[in-house]
Design a protein around this ligand. Structure first.
Ligand code: C2O
Ligand code: CU
Ligand code: CU
Length: 502
């Protein structure tokens, strides 16, 4: 057993009983001087729970101040890591809003470089989207104003700078947005933030023994996406959470650059998914394992027994489409967080059998079908760009070009978007400015937990997923929205396209 050569830590160096190893499936080689995955860690850091930011109301507008800033984070005791964050050194607070609020987001870029901030999952005007066209130069402030038109949901925000999204999100430029509405207020689901309603931002990183966490992508990382051997939950390594209620609601976000997490409890316990990307499901979906791809959110409710600790982990899993070498490493294997219920748990209400109204989706409502072919460029993967050509990461044969609008969609028109994955890796396909519904996967209807509102859907190798899409709110013939793979290295390499709504 090798140990990282880091300064003494209350977390490291426990021999024997109680020590738990973090293991990444890997497929990449750690560089000399990196903290190894087989280092032993224990769960002795309390989970970092991001503070809630309610903004302030000025003249009927809920105003938020967001500073995109550089800082230092102590992920490992005594080691400082250079990071970036929103109103903090790493990640951001939870921005909490209500359906119907008009918000103004004063986003100040205090970094030395350009950035953007995109509201992932929200319906917003194109000028307010925060995608590659809404660059915030160093030192500038960008203040979009828009109405919250989505229902109660767990959304998020992150940098979306053309060609640099992966690097900026890796450094920490991401945060959560929680939307409340009358339905979420009335539902008997755990909702006491920080007590029985807990956000978990799941990520993984690579660190050097000096604590640094540089964004260094090899040719392999460029192709497979940047994954790490050290899991982070809200920026904490192997945290624990003290539990005081029978049930806990977890708002899960896969905020990793590339890893697909297959989440389960070590003891195999069942839990219920109550919400997907865009809000509540029609009814709770029972499960023992949850697959969460980059960009996706899921809210689950978990039962605890007094005094019995429970461990949430990500297990290595094949999506079942078997593509050998590429598959294993898309899903790292590690322990994430330990839950520690007290001896005396406060009773929680049963999860309601009905959660939200979910309109029936009918393919026959669609007036148009569009096809999106995702490709990784065959044998030349990654090589193309080096040889002076393209990256090979394309949608319908083309790399992203900010000056080309790929699709023009009519406001309010229901369409089928047919996403075909012709490559050897699974790609999470994300569409801005909408919550869509999954129609089918290779002709099969979606599982219950994928039958709700979605903005990101994982498409397995060789698979075709059809989604029913509609853009209901805003038109702008000039400014496009994006659709793209949410493996951030793939997005940056060109697996992204643009559409306008007119
Ligand atoms: Cu989460 Cu185009 O983004
Ligand atoms: Cu988005
Ligand atoms: Cu991809």
């Amino acid at each position: 057993m090798t140990f990282p050569n880091i300064v003494p830590s209350r977390r490291a160096f426990l021999l024997g009983g109680g020590a738990i190893a973090a293991v990444a499936a890997g497929g990449y080689a750690l560089k000399p001087g990196m903290i190894k995955a087989d280092s032993r860690f224990t769960f002795d850091t309390p989970l970092n729970i991001p503070a809630v930011d309610l903004g302030r109301v000025e003249g009927g507008v809920r105003v938020f101040d967001l500073d995109m800033q550089a800082g230092e984070t102590e992920f490992f005791d005594g080691l400082k890591t250079a990071t970036k964050g929103i109103n903090g050194a790493y990640l951001g607070p939870v921005f909490r809003v209500r359906t119907g609020d008009v918000v103004r987001m004063n986003v100040r870029n205090t970094l030395a470089s350009d950035t953007t901030l995109h509201w992932h999952g929200l319906n917003v005007p194109a000028r307010a989207d925060g995608g590659p066209h809404q660059v915030i130069r160093a030192g500038e402030v960008w203040s979009p104003e828009f109405e919250i038109r989505d229902q109660a949901a767990t959304m998020w925000c992150h940098s979306h700078l053309m060609g640099h999204t992966a690097e900026q999100v890796w450094a920490g430029l991401a945060g959560l947005i929680v939307i409340d509405d009358d339905i979420s207020d009335a539902l008997a689901v755990p909702n006491e933030y920080g007590v029985d309603d807990i956000p978990l931002i799941l990520q993984d990183r690579r660190f050097y023994r000096d604590g640094s966490m540089p964004y260094e992508v090899s040719m392999h990382d460029q192709m497979a996406g940047m994954t790490g051997n050290i899991p982070l939950v809200n920026g904490t390594i192997l945290p624990f959470l003290s539990v005081s209620t029978q049930k806990i609601r977890l708002r899960l976000l896969n905020g990793a650059n590339a890893s697909i997490y297959h989440l389960e409890f070590e003891d195999g316990r069942a839990f219920h998914q109550i919400a997907s990307d865009g809000g509540f499901l029609s009814e709770p979906a029972p499960m023992t394992r949850l697959r969460l791809a980059p960009g996706e959110r899921a809210e689950i409710v978990v039962d605890f027994r007094a005094g019995q600790n429970a461990l949430l982990k990500s297990v290595a899993a094949n999506t079942g489409r078997g593509m050998g070498m590429m598959m294993g490493e898309q899903s790292p294997q590690f322990d994430l967080i330990e839950f520690r219920p007290s001896q005396d748990l406060k009773p929680s209400a049963d999860v309601p059998a009905r959660l939200a109204e979910m309109p029936v989706v009918l393919a026959t409502d669609a007036v148009k079908t569009r096809h999106f072919l995702l490709e990784m460029g065959g044998m030349g993967m990654g090589m193309g760009r080096m040889m002076g050509g393209g990256s090979g990461f394309t949608i319908n044969g083309q790399e992203m070009d900010m000056s080309r609008v790929d699709e023009v969609v009519k406001l309010g028109a229901t369409e089928i978007w047919e996403i075909e994955n012709a490559g050897p890796m699974a790609h999470p396909f994300h569409v801005h400015n909408t919550q869509f519904r999954v129609l089918d996967r290779d002709g099969r209807p979606p599982a219950a937990h994928e039958a709700g509102r979605k903005d990101t859907v994982l498409v397995d190798p060789g698979e075709t997923v059809r989604i029913l899409v509609r853009f209901d709110h805003y038109t702008d013939a000039e400014r496009p929205y994006m659709y793209h793979c949410h493996i951030l290295e793939h997005e940056d390499a060109g697996m992204m396209g643009q559409f306008t709504v007119v």
